[in-house]
Design a protein around this ligand. Structure first.
Ligand SMILES: *Cc1c(COP(=O)(O)O)cnc(C)c1O
Length: 429
């Protein structure tokens, strides 16, 4: 092997470490760099020894924060009207983080019946095994939430509007009841985003968002955020995230930063298109109800109007039961709506929820089928033709004579024996 002369380093060493150009003010751009790092380095042994001092704010190890993740956290904190924010690898991770930062073995948490379904599985299974009990409550309970309080109730979780069935919760009433007893309140603010609901202003302690949806906005990343105003709560979240090994990839943080740049214009666009489509669907013979809180006949419209600054692009259509025989054909006839879970991207998505989602504290008996539409940024006319095409296919089921239809409904139940009742795990994801 050839030796380099004098102080010159060997090629192997030059390969291993590029020379970082001297810091200069010559290069400036409008973007935040992607800082990929596991190791964070220090100038002195003493600084290395003291690195844990930088755990909550500065930089000590890649998992606990890089300039890219801190920039994103500061931006989301500001939008939420919070002082602190923490990002983790998915929306689900953010919810788990809040629950585990709030409750220990022997404690009790309250969860809305309309919660994002994987949280129900988390509460019934994993949390129960840890000794954390939970009660599912009617999302429209308001101040009467206090009837569910136990000695060791630590957290009231909210999701508003609720998954699929879109119930809007009376956040200030629930917060008032909970805080009287020193119970924390957290909300899943994914639908509204911090632009449409300032949840921390309404008094909640934790405002959580699935960044995977509107903040990311392009169906290409998974991330969750939790914003708070209280330093102690922030530290508790950060400590819990460290125990669980939660963090967020700098590349995904960079995508989220880019997504948020257009959040306001995307929301304005999908809000307007969604509302126009919701109105078009209302009153159609194949439609039982359009579940969208900005429609004046939505049961929680006044609460929504009081607390929210607008809506987003996700809503649900509850169809007439007689549409079931042509439901799949109708959905597959849509050219601009992809069939899939998740939502909040630029491209329209339709999810079929039939049988209806699991409810235990309220009833979903006889309800559905549900179509959840996530409206994208496509031209409204293209989306409307899709909707009209689907409605025409659905309406065709109406021409089936009533006696036939009854048989078809029974046929549906025979082919889907779990409809409306218990179902297996795979169907719930
Ligand atoms: C998608 C979703 C989540 C979970 O987000 P992921 O990043 O997919 O884990 C949480 N809450 C709501 C309301 C959601 O729709």
């Amino acid at each position: 092997m050839l030796q380099a002369k004098g102080d010159a380093v060997h090629d192997e060493t030059s390969c291993a470490k590029a020379n970082v150009p001297e810091a200069s003010n010559e290069f400036r751009s409008l973007t935040i760099p992607v800082h990929r790092a596991s190791t964070v380095v220090f100038d002195t042994v003493e600084e290395y020894r003291q690195r844990r001092r930088h755990f909550y704010d500065g930089y000590s190890y890649g998992l606990y924060g890089t300039p890219t993740s801190r920039a994103l956290e500061a931006q989301i904190a500001a939008l939420e009207g919070g002082t602190r924010c923490l990002v983790v690898g998915s929306g689900m991770a953010a919810i788990t983080l809040v629950l585990l930062a709030s409750a220990r073995a022997g404690d009790h948490v309250l969860i809305p019946d309309t919660v994002y379904d994987p949280v129900r599985t988390l509460a019934d299974g994993f949390l129960a095994e840890l000794g954390i009990s939970s009660t599912f409550y009617d999302p429209r309970i308001g101040r009467d939430i206090d009837s569910h309080f136990q000695d060791r109730t630590r957290l009231v979780w909210l999701e508003s509007p609720g998954s699929v069935t879109m119930e809007v919760q009376d956040v200030p009433a629930i917060v008032a009841a909970a805080h009287e007893r020193g119970i924390l309140v957290g909300v899943d603010n994914t639908w509204a985003t911090p632009l449409r609901l300032k949840a921390l202003d309404l008094g909640v302690d934790f405002s959580m968002s699935a960044v995977s949806k509107y903040l990311g906005g392009h169906s290409d990343l998974l991330m969750g955020s939790v914003a708070v105003r209280d330093e102690t709560l922030y530290r508790r979240l950060r400590d819990t995230a460290r125990h669980l090994g939660y963090g967020a990839s700098p590349d995904d943080c960079s995508l989220a930063l880019r997504g948020i740049e257009t959040l306001a214009v995307r929301l304005d666009r999908v809000e307007a298109t969604a509302l126009a489509i919701a109105r078009r669907l209302s009153g159609h013979q194949a439609v039982a109800t359009v579940l969208h809180p900005s429609l004046p006949d939505h049961p929680d419209h006044l609460i929504w109007k009081r607390d929210f600054r607008g809506s987003s692009g996700l809503f649900t259509v509850e169809l007439q039961p007689w549409t079931r025989p042509t439901l799949a054909e109708a959905v597959e006839s849509m050219k601009h709506f992809a069939i899939g879970a998740s939502w909040g991207g630029t491209q329209s998505i339709v999810a079929v929820l039939d049988p209806p989602p699991v409810r235990t504290a309220t009833s979903s008996e006889g309800r559905g089928p549900f179509l959840r539409l996530s409206i994208g940024v496509e031209h409204i006319d293209d989306l409307v033709s899709d909707i009209d095409r689907a409605l025409a296919v659905l309406s065709a089921a109406r021409s089936v004579p009533l006696s036939e239809r009854k048989r078809t409904d029974k046929g549906f139940l025979r082919e889907n024996p779990t409809a409306g009742g218990e179902r297996n795990e795979a169907e719930r994801i």
